[in-house]
Ligand binder design. Structure first.
Ligand code: ZN
Length: 362
């Protein structure tokens, strides 16, 4: 399988360069997280405000990322004959020379919608924090991707056909939640529509992949993250190797004292799980419509769920921000390793250098 092809480890020095989100994860005025901490029921003004937040962030700060809206609509058991709009947002970076049907994409996903009931539900772990984490991942690898691809073009390595073309995409999905009671038809509105649409959208003949679903090298789904002391199992035997990669990065970052939740247990403790220990059961979530079509899945969701799950207590104030920041760093490291950005991560400026540049900006 090409998706399992070997790739090099990130060096300690690259791990040290994985940036923290810092003040941007402040729950009151943090640039990434705070605007998401509002009710985001599909079709409501809150949902539209958060969509605009995502789009504006990429347009203004990450203009090299292609933005794709995927719109659908459906009736729900709570809203009668009214058609509710669902909008998935996909942000994508491919090597600039590559045809879109030839790029294998690491796909990082989270849902941004919130429950219809209870009214006023915030869903801080479900999944505002995971969305903010993915925004941080995108901005943290952006420069290194640009530099890597520019160097490949300069050396004539680009498009040689010797190596698989690698891209990355971030999916912020709508309509994950059930409106009345979880069922095959009352849940996963956005992801079901997207998987179906992509399966039916063929690439040009002679492309490496037949459609955008086939081009997903690994679908990494973050959900219910942001509460203290998460325990994330390895759910799938076929992607246990990817779980081990992420766990190894976490453990190395802990040893190097690069995480804020020092002294706590590993978030990803199941690297040593034996192949015979994998159960058939799994948590139903946005990966299901993709998995049903053969996409490989890494599901990053804790078991047990956070104690605040689907209650009015899933609020900003109940997030554990050091945990949110550590997840963002772990997933950034995983993405940087996958995209082979070792040696390309920009140096993090020291505190005094930050103060100096702030002065010159004034
Ligand atoms: Zn939920």
């Amino acid at each position: 399988m090409p998706f399992a092809s070997a790739y090099g480890k990130l060096s300690d020095e690259s791990l040290q360069r994985i940036p923290t989100a810092g003040a941007d994860f402040d729950i009151h005025n943090g640039k990434l997280l705070a605007p998401i901490l509002i009710p985001r029921v599909p079709g409501t003004p809150g949902s539209r405000a958060v969509q605009q937040h995502f789009v504006r962030f990429f347009q203004e700060q990450l203009p090299d990322w292609e933005i794709e809206w995927h719109n659908s609509s459906a009736k729900t058991p709570a809203t009668g004959d009214e058609l509710i709009p669902f909008a998935n947002l996909i942000f994508r970076r491919d090597p600039p020379w590559a045809a879109s049907g030839d790029v294998a994409r690491l796909t990082l996903a989270a849902h941004y919608d919130t429950l219809y009931h209870p009214e006023g539900f915030i869903g801080a772990t479900d999944s505002a924090a995971p969305c903010a984490m993915l925004m941080h991942v995108a901005r943290s690898i952006d420069r290194a991707l640009t530099d890597k691809w520019a160097a490949m073009q300069a050396s004539g390595e680009a498009g040689s056909g010797l190596e698989e073309e690698r891209g990355v995409q971030i999916m912020l999905l709508d309509g994950e939640e059930a409106w009345v009671k979880w069922s095959a038809t009352d849940s996963l509105y956005g992801s079901r529509a997207l998987a179906e649409a992509w399966e039916a959208t063929p690439y040009e003949p002679l492309s490496t992949f037949s459609n955008p679903l086939g081009a997903i090298s690994l679908f990494v789904l973050l959900d219910l993250l942001g509460a203290r002391s998460p325990n994330v199992p390895s759910y799938f035997q076929t992607t246990h190797w990817a779980y081990q990669r992420m766990a190894s990065l976490e453990n190395r970052m802990r040893k190097l004292k690069l995480l804020s939740t020092q002294g706590t247990d590993s978030f990803l403790p199941e690297s040593g799980k034996a192949m015979t220990q994998f159960a058939r059961g799994f948590v139903e979530d946005d990966h299901v419509p993709f998995m049903a079509r053969g996409v490989e899945i890494l599901h990053v969701i804790p078991h047990p769920f956070p104690s605040v799950w689907h209650t009015m207590a899933d609020t900003a104030g109940n997030l554990d921000i050091p945990t949110v920041d550590d997840w963002a760093k772990i997933v950034t490291a995983f993405t940087a390793e996958w995209m082979e950005l070792d040696g390309l991560m920009p140096k993090i400026p020291a505190q005094h250098e930050i103060r100096e540049s702030a002065k010159t900006e004034l």
